[in-house]
Design a protein around this ligand. Sequence first.
Ligand SMILES: [Zn+2]
Length: 272
Amino acid sequence: MVWRTALAVVLAAGGWCGASEVVTLGEDVRVEAVEAGVWLVVHRFAGGNNSLLVECGEGRFVWVDTPCTEEATGRVYAWLRGTFGEPNVIEINTGFHNDNLGGNGYLIGRGVVCYGSDVTPGLIERCWAETVRKVLPYFEGEANREYRDILVRQKLAAPNRLYPLAEGLVLKVGAETVEVYFPGATHTVDNVVVYFRGRRLLYGGCMVKALGARTPGFVGDADMAAWPVSVGKLLERYAEARVVVPGHGACGDLGLVRHTIEVCERYNRGER
Ligand SMILES: [Zn+2]
């Protein structure tokens, strides 16, 4: 497979999470070094969509979520391989939307194990086509034609290593303990968070909004009553968290979780 990859390394003037180095992979993918051994991958697919690569020691990597498409995921994988040699990667999907697992097909083809909850494959099967129908109005206009075409065509590959959603998952990867936790329904009924205990790094995914977000965004699959209650559980459980990564937009700290509760409660009061 040939990637038309324009590779450029530039210095960011104060990027997300204080990123100091940014690698661009084509026009729509950026890989930002957040801190030693942690990279935020941002795929521009209409908006910016985050996934996170974490080096866990012994040459092992955890990739939480994927870019929205297999093609973009392949470019990031090629960068990883070019930089670190044949990588030993596991993937963790935090929900059934394409911004969580649109790259699974590519990764599974590469022999990467993709962890996901036991309800996620059924949601892809039963709900994804309907989600696309609901989300298309957000992709209006000529500028978004490419994204609409991909959304309509795209076949999502389910995770191939399942765990019971309510129980979550704890993985030892290299020196790191990686916890997958489901606090209850939020932006979808299967969104989970991933906590890297050694790094005190919380990947909140789509249930956590960036400070720049004034609304909950796409709520077609959300449980709006439960969302603020569920996400609020993160404040106590991960009170030690140092960095919090949202599914879209800039990283921060637990202030993002408090902001998410406010945004959801405002929405629920009808202040839109
Ligand atoms: Zn999302």
